[in-house]
Write a protein that binds this ligand. Structure first.
Ligand SMILES: [Zn+2]
Length: 405
């Protein structure tokens, strides 16, 4: 290192868990040097002697991890479904709830009735929980508007939230989430509207970073999803897919054919799906919150993902119906307990592999020179504690783009 290299800030006094290559790769008693919003040097503290920092932050032990990344959420929506949760546990059936206008359509109604400011405000309260536990990047999907106007308003709300809060927000258009009531017997008509109007307009307004769909018997067929993917491809937008959550339709294989960033859920993915994902570099995003709430029995094929070298991410899937999650850290425990991930795999799943699922692995997700200075200081002895503790609030300090948040 050149003598007297200067940096804006220097962080010393803790172990640095870098997550390079998806492993802990811990630097005992390390340092991180930051200039502007980038990491300019990192290593054992003994090597920091030649650094001149404008500000030096002496940490009192503990560990530093990359900022956490929640790569799959539905954080923007109107209302909530706690009353429906209570009804179901009082023995009211799904079909009775649906007949009363419950289920996803009640969220669609509440979302359509909310202003952009109201959508931002309610999502901000949920986001605050994620930020308090070290999240520095969050993906947010549309998909509860289910009309041209309401889908654009959801995406605008997500963009505004990212501008107002100190967090990176990545947006995804999930108009192909469900068939809106206006298209009840005309799913094809809705797919056409998505392809010909919603995606092009959202793209022209700069509101979307990626395109998603829900491939399932109760949602859209692989052929319908493929139309959406082709429209995304024409617009130069990357795709991802809710696939193989409740049955095996080959959605993840389809996603792989379109070089999808990720295929998400995947409880019913087959070996052929996994092989296709490995070949296309598609990340497996596992969502234990929905698995838990729906009391699913079939786990995603973690052993196959390992064998084929498919990177696994974990996300909150925060949504009002199947995963009203307010904690990404709880998902680390669920990923380990329900799916058998190791704590190291779980942490990689909310850092470097989550970054890869968002197409951001070049700039985020691990602590390496040249990456954005997003990191979290935890007063913990070992990173496995992040997956070990059930609930509670672990005190932490977050640095977002080089500045304490
Ligand atoms: Zn989802």
């Amino acid at each position: 290192m050149a003598a007297q290299q200067h940096c804006d800030s220097l962080w010393i006094g803790a172990d640095i868990v870098t997550l390079r290559d998806g492993r802990y790769h811990t630097i005992k008693q390390g340092f991180i040097a930051v200039t502007d919003d980038k990491i300019v040097a990192i290593g054992p503290q003994a090597e920091a002697a030649s650094l001149q920092a404008t500000t030096t932050h002496q940490l009192a032990g503990g560990i530093v991890t990359p900022g956490l990344i929640d790569c799959h959420t539905h954080l923007i929506y109107g209302g909530d479904r706690s009353a429906e949760f209570e009804q179901r546990l009082n023995g009211v059936s799904y079909s009775e709830i649906a007949a009363q206008g419950g289920g996803i359509l009640s969220t669609v109604q509440a979302t359509r009735n909310a202003s952009v400011a109201e959508l931002v405000s309610s999502a901000r309260q949920r986001l605050a929980h994620l930020l308090a536990e070290g999240v520095t990047t969050v993906e947010i999907k549309s998909g509860y508007g289910l009309s041209l106007d309401a889908e654009l308003r959801m995406l605008l709300a997500a963009r505004q939230l990212g501008e107002q809060e100190r967090v990176d927000v990545v947006t995804t258009c999930l108009a192909a989430h469900a068939v809106p009531p206006e298209f009840r017997d005309n799913a094809e008509g809705w797919i056409t509207l998505i392809c010909e109007q919603i995606l092009p307009q959202a793209q022209a307004l700069g509101l979307i970073d990626a395109v998603d769909a829900f491939c399932e018997h109760l949602a859209f067929s692989p052929a319908q999803v493929e139309q959406v993917f082709q429209a995304a491809q024409r617009l130069g937008l990357p795709v991802k897919l809710h696939a193989e959550q409740l049955s095996a339709l080959g959605g993840s294989g389809l996603a792989a054919r379109y070089a999808a960033l990720s295929a998400d859920h995947l409880e019913y993915a087959t070996e052929a799906d996994v092989a296709a994902m490995a070949a296309s570099g598609t990340v497996a995003v596992l969502l234990p919150g929905a698995f838990y709430l729906l009391r699913e029995k079939q786990s995603p094929p973690v052993a196959l993902f390992r064998r084929y070298g498919v990177p696994m991410a974990l996300a909150s899937d925060s949504n009002p119906g199947t995963s009203p999650a307010l904690s990404l850290r709880l998902m680390l425990n669920m990923g380990c307990t329900l799916f058998g991930l190791t704590p190291e795999e779980a942490l990689a799943g909310v850092t470097i592999h989550a970054a890869q699922a968002l197409g951001l692995a070049q700039s985020q997700g691990s602590l390496e020179v040249g990456k954005i200075a997003n990191f979290v200081h935890w007063p913990l002895a070992h990173p496995a504690e992040l997956a070990y503790w059930l609930g509670g609030t672990l005190p932490c300090h977050t640095v977002y783009r080089g500045v304490i948040r």
